[in-house]
Design a protein around this ligand. Structure first.
Ligand code: HEC
Ligand code: HEC
Ligand code: HEC
Length: 127
């Protein structure tokens, strides 16, 4: 009997938490101007915080590619409710002010992503 009461308490707590998270996401959607799926945005922040992007943008791209190509899930929604198409072009659109943005840093870090073998490179995009 006691066990049952304890169990219900846990379930109630879990439900409360789930509803709380849901409501937080809902309210978050209204607070920021939402971007178009093309990734063009009034907003000035990256898809994740800058520090995270610095060390994890490859994982983000990897995830985006997987979701987009394998799962057909093409839209990334940020915690603050902005929407971006899961495409390399989304990154390049937003970082278009400096065509060398990706290149310079990779040069410095001595990494050579092979993505540009197939994808349009920032240097080829005319804007
Ligand atoms: C051998 C050619 C090739 C290489 C190399 C390649 N891709 Fe792709 N990629 C494709 C093709 C083809 C698609 C499918 C395009 C579509 O679905 O519109 C795609 C789709 C994607 C997508 C989702 C849709 C889009 O338009 O961006 C992402 C993200 C992506 N690739 C990221 C990368 C990244 C990051 C690299 C480098 C690490 C990379 N790709 C290297 C061929 C390639
Ligand atoms: C809505 C516009 C926007 C989009 C979309 C976007 N970024 Fe950013 N990104 C920014 C801004 C703004 C910063 C912060 C730049 C600064 O403060 O110097 C940033 C920072 C970064 C940084 C860290 C740079 C540094 O000097 O530490 C990397 C790496 C990065 N972005 C890669 C990407 C990649 C890869 C994508 C696509 C998956 C992407 N960004 C999509 C706007 C964007
Ligand atoms: C702040 C510096 C910096 C910027 C800016 C930057 N990168 Fe990178 N990138 C790195 C470093 C460092 C690595 C290697 C990290 C590792 O291997 O752990 C890397 C790795 C990658 C990889 C994986 C390559 C591989 O062969 O595994 C991809 C894809 C990539 N970056 C895409 C981009 C794109 C697209 C942009 C521009 C929108 C960009 N990066 C901007 C520093 C940067």
């Amino acid at each position: 009997m006691r066990k049952n009461i304890l169990m219900s308490a846990w379930i109630a707590l879990a439900l409360l938490l789930a509803v709380g998270i849901f409501m937080q996401q809902e309210s978050g959607a209204g607070t920021e101007p939402s971007a178009t799926a093309s990734g063009k945005s009034e907003s000035t922040s990256c898809v994740y915080p800058k520090e995270f992007m610095k060390s994890h943008h490859m994982q983000v791209l990897d995830e985006w590619r997987h979701d987009s190509v394998r799962e057909g899930d093409r839209i990334h929604v940020t915690p603050d409710g902005r929407e971006f198409e899961k495409s390399l072009n989304t990154c390049l659109d937003c970082h278009s002010r400096n065509k060398m943005f990706c290149f310079m840093c990779h040069q410095y870090a001595n990494v050579k992503p092979t993505c540009w073998n197939c994808h349009l490179s920032p240097m080829e995009v005319t804007k």
